[in-house]
Ligand binder design. Structure first.
Ligand code: SF4
Ligand code: SF4
Length: 137
């Protein structure tokens, strides 16, 4: 696999944190260590705090991969998916090779582009893992 990545379909993420917990449990991480967290895009006050005035409240979520994410290389070398992508209940996370146009990640990204989604990576100052690709309507 020449360009392994995780494609994050933000349209599907509903902020359940299963990705983060499955990474922690699967990789046996200590309590204070996370390799992926889920940011609430709301009023900035914390997890699951919406912005706006009742009844017009709004929030969405963004999984953020830390620089310590190893992209589950110990699993993917044997063809298994990373814990986070495998356990995401909404299929918002797709692991694959972006250099292979037939990979699941490439096909999903192409489909989202056709639907008019914006495709981007997080900026340098986020200090997140490089190579994670996001798509959002
Ligand atoms: S990416 Fe999937 S598992 Fe993670 S918070 Fe979003 S819906 Fe839940
Ligand atoms: S790819 Fe593996 S190490 Fe990285 S966040 Fe997902 S489960 Fe954790």
């Amino acid at each position: 696999m020449s360009k392994p990545t995780i494609m994050v379909n933000l349209n599907r993420c509903y902020g359940c944190w299963t990705c983060a917990v499955s990474c922690k449990v699967g990789n046996g991480l200590p309590d204070d260590t996370w390799r992926i967290t889920v940011r609430t895009l709301g009023n900035g006050a914390g997890i699951d705090r919406p912005y706006g005035q009742w009844p017009k409240l709004k929030m969405s979520w963004m999984p953020v991969y830390g620089e310590n994410c190893i992209m589950c290389a110990h699993r993917t070398k044997d063809g298994d998916a990373p814990f986070c992508t495998k356990n995401c209940p909404s299929k918002a996370l797709i692991f694959g090779d972006l250099d292979d146009p037939a990979s699941e990640a490439s096909l999903a990204l192409e489909e989202l582009r056709k639907k008019g989604c914006q495709v981007f990576e997080l900026p340098e100052w986020e200090k997140s893992r490089k190579g994670i690709v996001y798509a959002k309507r």
